[in-house]
Design a protein around this ligand. Structure first.
Ligand code: ATP
Ligand code: MG
Length: 600
């Protein structure tokens, strides 16, 4: 699958932040990275909100634009760093007045409106803990997370509260305050209008001393492989947010940056709020939903220079404009400001990297991380060649390893020790050496699961990878998704990527279906691009195509057509649901299933 290497021929418009991988990796230390941050005045510790907002005002950049929010109606609201410093100060005072303090959980259930950014950063200023929920969650997933997080405060809108929370309010023992953004609080008993509280609050706030080990954020995982887990993150994570955005996203002071992930997910928080604001750049926020034309328009009109998105979004764009052309839609927009594209969340099929190169003029840089890691761990860097299909190499400061697997598919642990696989291309579980600042500090209220994530001095990621002879990492699959067939171990990603190279295939999800002879056979669920029909002939054609690419041992034996592959709300194919449906098993936790209200 390594295929061609995408060489960077055109010189970058700005000198890349990392141009010599080996040298940068060698020279890096987290202690030095920490010196790029300011710290709270008077040596009172490290607070994310100070680094993201107040420090820019203190250093004379208060008039720079922090947020450019594009409304659903295309109106644009700009917020400067000074304005953000003031509004977050007011919100911190509101919390303090309500008696909400250090470590108390504040949950948001909001769209990507300007107030969300105020509430997130104001909560951090107050040293309370922010837990963002995706606003499209239905009542069940919201209830599940409100309970699990022990929320004391919920900030939402009247409409979301009425539809998703009101009927079940009595279930949330810890929930004392519901603050309503915008109109409508008067008609909702047990709620208060946020505006009424902030109106008289002071717009200066002294951030209390904050330890880098103080809890800052609670993030629920995507629920791709099971029940979502609440990962605890601390203020000290800011060191990793800053450094990784510098190296992996190549942020420079003049950048206009757009992260398409919702802040309800860790990407939308770490790289949709914290890291870009720490870099003092202008952040584009789109309140609206995915629409190919709208997205190209935002890239063009807002003069976005760095764009961080996800494979699912790229695949949707690829549906509207195949690599074979014509490129009418993107060509009708001026994308000349764009200089760097990155992607995260799922494996990025090689086809998508090349699509970026051919259609947008820029290859897509894949990077890898998880809710638990808090920040990007492995990446393709701006100045380095790309190996399409590879997630790249470890960030400076990140020590990664491939561990030998045991019977259950996870890293083999014998007497508390694990075995590192050194030989090139050996497949094993990806592990990371604890010590990077944004490592989660455990799953909330679940010590057993937290402990199980570590063994032999490593954090075990649950993902299977191989590392090639030059140190590039290649995603094989999640430990839960890997298919054992006739003695072979097959990663669904490889099969899906091969299928996606066929012009008929828009997206694919691959699972193992139990089989008395082979153990499992590979079955692919495929959605088709416009203009292709789900006929026997198409199926035969795809089976033959996959056999040619992958060989008979790995190619799917069965292909089913499904225009509605199940996705998580963060856009990942839910293979466990495809498997459960195929086998008639219970669907399990579907609280993060896209297109439904979800149930826990
Ligand atoms: P859950 O842990 O609840 O099952 P999840 O693992 O999908 O859900 P996240 O933390 O949002 O929750 O996602 C991290 C996972 O996403 C990684 O462990 C990996 O499986 C996948 N992933 C992220 N980026 C990449 C990438 N570049 N290539 C391949 N897989 C990726
Ligand atoms: Mg996970």
């Amino acid at each position: 699958m390594s295929g061609e290497t995408v060489r960077k021929q055109t010189p970058p418009r700005v000198p890349p932040n990392l141009d010599d991988y080996d040298k940068t990796y060698e020279a890096f230390s987290w202690a030095r990275a920490r010196t790029k941050l300011y710290g709270l005045p008077g040596g009172r510790g490290l607070n994310i909100a100070y680094e993201a907002v107040d420090r820019h005002v203190a250093s004379g950049h208060g008039e720079a634009v922090a947020l450019r929010c594009v409304g659903r109606d295309d109106s644009v609201t700009t917020v400067t760093y000074r304005e953000l410093a003031r509004s977050t100060a007011r919100f911190a005072h509101v919390l303090r007045t309500l008696g909400v303090g250090r470590g108390d959980r504040v949950v948001t259930l909001l769209g990507r409106c300007p107030e969300l950014y105020t509430v997130v950063l104001g909560t951090l200023k107050n040293t309370s803990v922010l837990c963002p929920l995706f606003s499209a969650f239905g009542p069940d997933p919201v209830a599940q997370r409100l309970r699990l997080s022990n929320a004391r405060v919920l900030v939402t809108t009247a409409e979301l509260y009425r539809r998703k929370v009101a009927a079940r309010r009595a279930e949330f023992d810890d929930l004392e305050h519901v603050l309503i953004v915008g109109e409508g609080a008067e008609e909702l008993p047990g709620t208060v209008a946020l505006d009424a509280l902030t109106a008289y609050a002071s717009d200066t706030f002294t951030i209390p001393p904050t330890s880098p080990d103080d809890m800052a954020l609670l993030h629920f995982t995507s629920g791709t492989t099971g029940t979502p887990k609440g990962a605890v993150h601390v203020h000290g994570a800011a060191v990793a947010h800053y450094a990784t955005a510098h190296y992996a996203l190549d942020l420079h002071p003049d950048d206009v940056y757009w992260c398409t992930a919702d802040p309800g997910w860790v990407t939308g928080m770490s790289y949709g709020i914290v890291a870009p604001l720490m870099h003092g750049i202008t952040l584009v926020v789109d309140e609206g939903d995915y629409d190919a034309r709208r997205w190209y328009r935002i890239l063009a009109e807002q003069r976005v220079s760095v764009w961080y998105t996800a494979p699912t979004a790229l695949r949707m764009l690829m549906r509207t404009t195949p690599r074979t052309g014509p490129y009418d839609l993107p060509a009708s927009f001026d994308l000349s400001a764009l200089r760097f594209i990155a992607s995260v969340g799922e494996p990025l099929n090689p086809e998508a990297v090349l699509w970026g190169r051919d259609v947008l003029g820029l290859p897509v840089h894949d990077n890898w991380w998880q809710t638990e890691t808090g920040a990007i761990m492995i990446a393709n860097f701006a100045a380095c060649d790309i190996r399409p299909g590879s997630m790249g190499r470890p960030l400076p400061g990140v020590e990664a390893a491939v561990l030998r697997r045991g019977e259950d598919g996870r890293a083999e642990v014998v007497d508390g020790r694990v075995t590192l696989l050194q030989e090139p291309d050996a497949e094993g579980e990806l592990a990371l050496r604890p010590g990077w600042p944004s490592m989660f500090r455990g799953y909330l209220n679940d010590e057993e699961r937290s402990r199980a994530a570590f063994a032999g001095g490593w954090y075990l990621t649950g993902d299977l990878v191989r590392r090639d002879a030059d140190g590039w990492y290649w995603f094989v699959g999640r430990a839960d998704d890997v298919i054992k067939s006739a003695g072979h171990l097959i990663g669904p990603f490889e099969v899906e990527s091969a299928l996606m190279e066929h012009p008929a295939v828009a997206e694919a999800g691959v699972i193992g279906r139990p089989d008395p002879v082979a153990g499992n056979i590979v079955k692919a669920f495929v959605s088709l691009r416009p203009g292709f029909e789900p006929t026997t002939a198409t199926r035969q054609e795809l089976l033959a195509f996959a056999r040619r690419r992958l060989g008979p041992a790995v190619a799917p034996r069965e292909i089913a057509f499904d225009q509605h592959l199940p996705h998580t709300r963060s856009g990942k194919v839910m293979r466990r649901l495809l498997r459960a449906r195929e086998l008639g098993l219970p669907e399990g936790d579907i609280s993060t299933l896209e297109g439904t209200e979800g149930s826990a």
